[in-house]
Design a protein around this ligand. Sequence first.
Ligand SMILES: NC(=O)c1ccc[n+]([C@@H]2O[C@H](COP(=O)([O-])OP(=O)(O)OC[C@H]3O[C@@H](n4cnc5c(N)ncnc54)[C@H](OP(=O)(O)O)[C@@H]3O)[C@@H](O)[C@H]2O)c1
Length: 250
Amino acid sequence: MSAARGRLDGRVAIITGATSGIGEAIAYRFAREGAVTVLSGRRSELGERNARRIADSGGRAAFVRADVREQGDIKALVAETVRRFGKIDILVNNAGVLGNVRFEEATIDDWRAIVDTDALGGISAMWEVLPLMRRQGGGCVINVTSIDATLSSPHEPLYCFVKAGMEHLTRALAKEYAAYNVRLNNLAPGLVATDLARANPEMFRKLEEGIPMRRAGTPDEMANIAAWLASDEASFVTGATIEANGGMVR
Ligand SMILES: NC(=O)c1ccc[n+]([C@@H]2O[C@H](COP(=O)([O-])OP(=O)(O)OC[C@H]3O[C@@H](n4cnc5c(N)ncnc54)[C@H](OP(=O)(O)O)[C@@H]3O)[C@@H](O)[C@H]2O)c1
C-alpha cells in the first residue's frame, strides 16, 4: 500500500489574511494536506508564529508581510513566493475588514477603506497570479466573500456591496479562465467565530440567535471547504459559491 498522501501534496498556496481567523485556519489545514503554504498579512509576529507552528509540525511554510491595499506589497508577495517555491497553484483571497456603518453615516473614506481591502486587495492579487496560473497551465483561486453578498443587511451596505461585487467578478473570471484550467470559486461564510465577528459581542450574540443551527461556524469548518475547493476532488467546480452559514437559507 502506498503512503498516505495529502490532498494538496506538492501545491504552493498563498493565503492572504492568514495571521488570524479563517485565513489562519485555512493555512494550517492546507499545510496538513501537504501544501507549501505562504501566509500573508500585516501583523508579522502572528504570521511568523503561524508559519513556525506549521514548520514545527513538519510542514513547509513561510510568512511574507503584505498589506493588500498596496499593489507593491502584493507584487512582492507573489515574486517572493515564486522565487522561493517556483510556482503558485492556489490563491486564497481572504484578507478583509468589516464595514458596518449605515449608508447615510458613511464617509467617502469609509467606502475607500472597504473597497481598497475587500475588493482591490483581491483584485490586485488576481492581477498578479492569474497570468502566472495561465502560463503554468492551471491553478485555483478561492475568494472569501460573505453571506452578506446575497443576504442584504441594512447595517453594512458597504460590506454587502464589495462582497457581492467580488462574487460576481469570480463568476466572470471563472468563465474566462476555464479554458486555461484555472478554477475560481467563492467561499461565502455566514457568521464565523473570529475576532472580526466578535468585535461587537452583543451583535455577535444576536446574530447567533438568528441562525437555524443556533451557533456561529468555526474557522476550521471554513477551512474544510477551502481544502476541498482547492483539491482535485473539486476539479469540475468553477464559478461556484459555496455557502456555509448554519441554515440561513434564502
Ligand atoms: N467572521 C465572520 O463572521 C465572517 C463572515 C463572512 C465573511 N467573512 C470574511 O472572512 C474573511 C476573514 O475574516 P475573519 O473573520 O477571519 O477575520 P479576522 O480574524 O479579523 O481576519 C482578517 C484577516 O484579514 C487580514 N487583513 C485585514 N486587512 C488587511 C490588509 N489591509 N492587508 C492584509 N491583510 C489584511 C488580517 O491580517 P492583519 O491584521 O495581520 O493584516 C487578518 O488576518 C474576511 O474576508 C471576512 O470578510 C468573515
